[in-house]
Design a protein around this ligand. Sequence first.
Ligand code: 3HC
Length: 713
Amino acid sequence: MLETEARPASLASSETRDGIAVITIANPPVNALSFKTSAALLAEFEAADADPAIKAIVITGANGFFSGGADINDFLSVPEPGTKTVRDVVAALEKSNKTIVAAIDGPALGGGLETALACDYRIATSKSKVGLPEILLGIIPGAGGTQRIPRLLATKNPLNYGGIQMALQFMLQGKPKDAIPAKGMGILDEIVEGDVVARAVELAKEKAGTKLRISQYKILVPPPLVALAHGMVPPEDKGGYAAHKLIDAMEAASDLEYKFGIAREARLFDELVRSAPAQAAMHIFFAERELGKVPGISADVKPKEIASAAVLGAGTMGTGIAMVFASAGIPVKVIDVNAEAVERGKKQVADTYASQVKKGRMKPEKAQALTDAVTFVTDYNDIKDVDLVVEAVFESMAVKKEVFAKLDATVKKDAILASNTSTLDIAEIASATSRPDKVLGLHFFAPANIMQLLEVVRAKDTSDETVVTGMSLAKKLKKKGVLSGNAFGFIGNRMLFDYIREATFLLEEGATPKQVDDAIKNFGFPMGPFAMSDLSGIDVFYKISQEAPKQPYRSSEIAHRLYEAGRYGQKTMSGFFKYSEEDKRTPIEDPVANEIIAKERERIGVKPRTITDEEIINRCLFALVNQGAELLGTGVALRPGDEDIAWIFGYGFPWFEGGPMHWADTVGVKKIYDQILAWQKDLGPHWQPAPRLKEIAEKNGTFGFRPTIGATN
Ligand code: 3HC
């Protein structure tokens, strides 16, 4: 290898500085260690390792990343024999007798960190992050991570098995750590300000000849800790499939020699990567990354900068939305003339941030700064210069049109005006302004500062620039921004209405709210449709049903009977369930509600029958899928993956099933379609298969996984 001469640019390249080989991974955008990139890195490494003129080796990454890990696309294909993977890279590093330094500038995740862990030293810039996020993909680290992280952390933090607990947490949460805490844990050896590669070359020269093989550290993972960990993660069939295997793999680091531990890890990894939860999680990973891609809008259309915002209405929702902006670093003014609402809003802000401090999640100074970033005003003139206003006032078209006209007259002409309505027509709201191109829906979910879904609603006159700004804002606010057409209920609630309607029909036919909710919870939702109705308010659903466009098919009137009985849900301590004074949130089966349901059943002349849990799940979820297909056919939703994201992050659909549309693919679209046709005969004409569902079923097709699968370096 020639001094300072760079090899031709490829997925990995090498140069020599002062007898030290510097190998750079370069697979934009995140240096994913695809099969080809792993092969290129391995070739560069083997060449340097075999070259007697090379004293030590530095591995680094281009593009502001060390590496985002193994290429997830590769997990969806079956590798050809002889294909090189991160495991081969890690095995070569382990075998080498040369000193190896990882020079990290940017994220080192998954297989990226595993490569760094197979080096002797890891140094990083302070903006770097390290993590083993595999668990979030339904898999475990598969290139030595489960063997090296416990060995490293337990050795660096021996007191009271602190390092073992750290390792468990690090891998089970999958959340990357910033460089400084990672150095505190012992994952990184040094934080470098400035040129990390130059420093790595210095260190490599200084340490040349030394080897620090983490794989050889001896540790003990105490059995009670293992049992405790198994007890703390969800059951295998409820999202814990990978977590239990992760704990098993980590236990091997204590019980077995490295060479056997790594073999066990590999076997567990290979089993997981083909599992249904992993396929679901990978679908979600890619669906999330598709969200911001809006077909038909040119990449030249850039988002407007939103440097300041206002929220109209100091209610719980408005104040929650304001906190979302403040937490994202956007100063925000809440406007409301009701002094009482303002006082409550101020308290909500202060209490929310204070509770973060109490839980140890935020420093008091940060909480104070965020509290100060939300100011309360009463005069429209005080918000005239903001870049964006989100209206969160009473859900009435007349009221919304009045405030939009007022906002239009006061707020600067190029500001964007958004409505947080959950059902009303954005185009009609926009018609009250002289700037319908700058009006859109930003539908936050309650509690706004916690729920991750944000529906961005495009009406007929909303400009491309406003849409792009809405989508980019969602990202800045750390929300999953799902673009929806301007249809009643948008995507999430529109699907919800059909789900609840079917759940209520099941009550008419003989099920109880508890039976339905238990079946749905057993499927994996955190709560069933009736506990959810009680939480949202039966009065709210009742009012929406009054304002909804006329439906072609009948709905059950059970909720009306509960409404008439003053049972609005949690707020009145009674709805489909009852609630106790001590615990106002946990639903308790209520004979009174069951009696109201029985009477309604009698009134409409239905004889109760026994309903199985399987029927409950299929009826509720096929209703979701059918409406999802309808929204795709009418263009309200762009992609099935968008609907999956909406339902996972807005309504608690279990991630390990991949969202309703992904789940439909696993069940079989044709099977769902045939069942809907059968129900149409047995249960009534409201079971109308959506044209898109029919189209896919007739081809025996699927809603589809990611279209770009396989397109990888
Ligand atoms: N494999 C394949 N593609 C990846 C990828 C990966 N590991 N990581 C990111 N990408 C792609 C994204 O799909 C996206 O592609 P697109 O532009 O076509 O949509 C592009 O890279 C940019 O990604 P982001 O939009 O997410 O960019 P950000 O800068 O916001 O975030 C990131 C970068 C922090 C690296 C983030 O993408 C991320 O968290 N990636 C996943 C990291 C991960 O889970 N790694 C573990 C992989 S599994 C593994 O390593 C197994 C091993 O143990 C054997």
